[in-house]
Write a protein that binds this ligand. Sequence first.
Ligand code: ATP
Ligand code: MG
Length: 560
Amino acid sequence: MSVDAKKAHNFIESLIEDQIRDGKHTGKVVTRFPPEPNGYLHIGHAKSICLNFGIAETFQGECNLRFDDTNPEKESQEYIDAICKDVQWLGFQWQGEIRYASDYFDDLYNFAVELIEQGKAYVCALSAEEMTAYRGTLTEPGRNSPDRDRPVAENLQMFSDMKDGKYQSGELVLRAKIDMASPNMNMRDPILYRIRYAEHHQTGNKWCIYPMYDFTHPISDAMEGITHSLCTLEFEDHRPLYDWVLDNISAPCQPVQTEFSRLNLNYTVTSKRKLKRLVDEGFVDGWDDPRMPTISGMRRRGYTPESVRAFCDMVGVNRASGTVDVGMLEFAVREDLNARAPRAMCVLRPLKVTLENYPQGQQETLTLPVHPQNPDMGTREVPWTRTLFIDREDFVEEAPRKWKRLATGQAVRLRGGYVITCREVVKDASGEIVELKCEYDANTLGVNPEGYKANGVIHWVSASDSVAADVNLYDRLFNHEFPDSDKDGDLLDHINPESLKRLTGVRVEKSLAQPRQDLPYQFEREGYFFFDAQASASANGRPVFNRTVTLRDSWSKAKS
Ligand code: ATP
Ligand code: MG
């Protein structure tokens, strides 16, 4: 494929195109997605995944999945498994085996020895507090550690002893010898290794020293022949260190780091650490709670991989910081589901309707399209019976002007069925409406009634031939636009108390007794709803549906 035939989707792809055109880049383009397995992936990671795997696709290169696993205390196999699943669900496949930074622990150790031998790294015994004091500030240079000029042979011995467990946790560190007066704090003799007696999910108890991210990352990239190492802007100040590491060891190649801006969404937090708090403190039902901005939560809620990818495309990749409106994510979901979701009827708050003039025991089967704009999706059968349910909110005794639904003495069409007119309202002792006695017009299937008009069209199900279900109505998890802006108190203060409303006693049409598990449905006039197999398992045989998203953006108007 020629370079010109490709279309750059973002500034990094344009950059690579230029490099190829100018001969600055030859050979394969190799990227990687490097999550730390310390939590589940969130929507921010989706952006990075789409970018890294997308570039590999555009340039017919490769993208690795590499776990940046240098903090064993915070990491786990559970997170690794979840991350792999999420990447694949988004529609991407990494090149070859899953990689781990821990695969390179031996190499990293040897490269550290190489630095020591060159006099470019030393073992330092300053305590954490002393280290901070020696480090200086943004306006003042730091001071050299008293250990900075420790002889090479001694450093080699001590580093080897660190590895062999001859020191306590935190007693010593290995530091790069760069420049304590550098205006870039990251260059003031950064720590390369620390002592941690922690069992590692991949390497077990082999190591009691673990390399730091800034040392591990460039070397892991180089070990894998990564050509373009993409990361978020907060690592821009780390780039000199990234380059320093590679310049000072016998690196197998020289990857180049390029930064792009993080995705921030309003009404949302995108930090594994903060999301973990919500899980650990029981504010949500696990990492895959459908209210979570995690990929697994979005999956359970009914977001499709296509919609998440389309959203990432819309957001784009640049270097500008800013916050994206969560409405844009919801828009992407609606767009995708409107085109693809099968239609069905679900009555959230059932109100009994008896068709007084429809013969007892009679029943007929109506045939409705699965998707009104897409006949290829076929049809579904909906039973019409003497007793039906409509939604309580679709009836009023006295219709206001322009009422489009049912009212006493007025007519409405039931979607795909006949026009009915309400003749009588039945109430219980407390005055609550419990039944509507209606008349149906046998001459109105697919044609307008003669001599009168129906107000509008509402949805319904057969009372006798429908299925009981539970529905979870989700709303935003936070009611503050920037829930983790520290100035407004704690994250947990901004949890929306109405983020979940459970409805039981819902009725869904018969075709949903065995719901599809691949796509949400559009419940007509209500929104998009996705079958929750996990929750259904403990709902006494009732299917449980999660509201993915409403049909329209009702949020900004209703709650601002
Ligand atoms: P978190 O604070 O949620 O743990 P992180 O950046 O520490 O995020 P990593 O597991 O280290 O999480 O991230 C893996 C990759 O995903 C990194 O390259 C990182 O830059 C990228 N990434 C993480 N969060 C975002 C985000 N909000 N927008 C874009 N990319 C992100
Ligand atoms: Mg991190």
